[in-house]
Design a protein around this ligand. Structure first.
Ligand code: CA
Ligand code: CA
Length: 272
């Protein structure tokens, strides 16, 4: 009996072990097959999307290069005033004045010349070629007009032209020209050409000063008694080619103070 029971137990044990071994082999084979396909699909998708944006960024750069080349073409034509006719040989000419009359930063030449026995003219020759030319109304031949130079009276960046337009016994008379768009115009006040005498005689003293940008002062003093002069200044404001007088002030001067007024005091300008 005991021998039969142990034989049955042994047979049962062998049967149990053989049944357990088979399921293990099937589950490992199935897991390996499912993990492979997803890995292949994701790699293809990523490579296709990164290439498309790269192509779109290259095109706008090419369009900007075309616009820059068009801007360079506009700087080529310069605006130059026509150069007045050359002066005939032997023309009586006074040269030596200069200033920046068109405000381009370059010194231009200022000269006066006798156009006919009773007519003098002023000429500006710009540094970049071209010029402006105008008649001097005084036109006297015994005291020829002479160039002084340029000073920016109204502070617009371009000099006004100063020249002598005549002379008294002991004074020089100064006239001014405004130069705008290739044209020189005599600066006027009260509808007539402005004239500023500079000098001193025994009884009277007069001068011209440019104390600040935008104004010009006529200074004057008259003899009253020994070492006693009375005078003052009259300010003018320049707009275009017109000087408008403002409110001046009076003062008493000693003889030394009065004679110190008898100068041209506008920047670096000096009487010829
Ligand atoms: Ca100039
Ligand atoms: Ca000016």
């Amino acid at each position: 009996m005991r021998g039969l029971v142990s034989m049955v137990l042994a047979a049962l044990l062998i049967g149990a072990c053989g049944g357990d071994a088979e399921p293990t082999t099937t589950s490992s084979a199935a897991a390996a097959t499912t993990s492979q396909p997803p890995a292949t699909t994701t790699t293809v998708a990523t490579t296709t999307t990164t290439q498309a944006p790269a192509t779109t960024t290259t095109q706008p750069v090419e369009t900007t290069t075309t616009t820059t080349s068009t801007t360079t073409t506009t700087t080529v034509p310069p605006s130059v005033c026509p150069l007045p006719a050359a002066l005939p040989d032997g023309t009586l000419t006074f040269a030596g004045g200069s200033g920046d009359f068109d405000g381009d930063g370059n010194e231009d030449a200022l000269l006066t010349y006798q156009a006919s026995p009773d007519m003098w003219r002023v000429r500006i020759v710009f540094a970049d070629g071209g010029g402006a030319d105008a008649a001097i109304v005084e036109g006297m031949d015994f005291s020829p007009p002479q160039p002084i130079g340029g000073h920016d009276v109204d502070g617009d960046g371009a000099d006004e032209a100063f020249l002598t337009v005549g002379s008294g016994a002991s004074t020089a008379e100064i006239g001014l020209f405004d130069i705008a768009t290739c044209v020189a115009s005599r600066i006027t006040t009260g509808g007539v050409p402005a004239i500023f005498p500079v000098g001193a005689s025994v009884g009277a003293v007069s001068g011209l000063s440019c104390p600040e940008a935008g104004s010009i002062h006529r200074n004057f003093a008259q003899f009253v008694s020994e070492d006693n002069y009375e005078g003052g200044f009259e300010p003018y404001t320049l707009a275009g080619a017109v000087l408008t007088p403002g409110f001046g002030d009076g003062a008493g001067f000693t003889a030394d103070e009065a004679f110190a007024l008898a100068v041209l005091d506008c920047g670096s300008l000096a009487l010829p």
